[in-house]
Design a protein around this ligand. Sequence first.
Ligand code: ATP
Length: 251
Amino acid sequence: ASASKLEWRERSTSTNDELAALVRSEPSSAWPEFSVLATDVQTAGRGRLGRVWTAPDGTMLAVSVLLRPTSAGIRSADALGWLPLLAGLAMSRALRILGATTELKWPNDVLIAGRKVCGILCEVVDDDAVIVGSGVNLTLSSTDLPVPTATSLLLEGAAHDADAVLAAYLSELRSLYEAFGAASGDAVVGGIKDAVSADCSTLGKSVRVELPGADTLSGVARSLDDDGRLVVDVDGRLTAVAAGDVTHLRY
Ligand code: ATP
């Protein structure tokens, strides 16, 4: 396989959007797995469900990684349930190496001391291209925080150099993804389910899961099922919720 690319941009509207456009417009041989587009100035970052992801210029690392799960022998259903969690775990581990005490909030956030330091956005580009985007708050000050539930590596006293975060994250992501691929996307066999569960502070907590429309589900988060869904105990009845169906998850 050809070497993967790492493109650093001085600025980007959205690293997910720009990488997706490149992947769509050029032959797949030009964009092998683990091609990366990154910036620290993102002008139109997105969260899930059209929500906005913002940070002052130069204070946040936005990094998008191209994966080709089908080529790696992973069924798309397995990929979609687990890749956001796998990316979150990779970021959680990377930030821990840099001195932060991190935890995973299912389905797509990395927290420090209960506040969001990183959000993950996985998007399907085509049958064999998934883009895993992350936004990591590096140096936002307390007055820069877009929402009171956010924090940054600087505020938490951890190392916050963009290159160091990028290198640690890509290395953790690669080894987790290789284990997942070697297990053909079986998260149990690949050890991914146990590894994610161990880092996931959502488990054991009382949660309120907001679903599309006005529906909510209140109960205790018990475990992850084999598809990466959150199993919630609502008065003794177990219900599995898929990330794609959740609009908000609150503790
Ligand atoms: P929620 O946290 O509300 O349950 P979510 O975790 O799924 O939702 P995303 O859609 O992943 O949220 O991210 C978008 C949300 O993140 C925004 O609505 C905003 O509240 C918050 N946000 C935006 N920019 C940042 C940032 N730099 N750091 C932390 N949080 C941010």
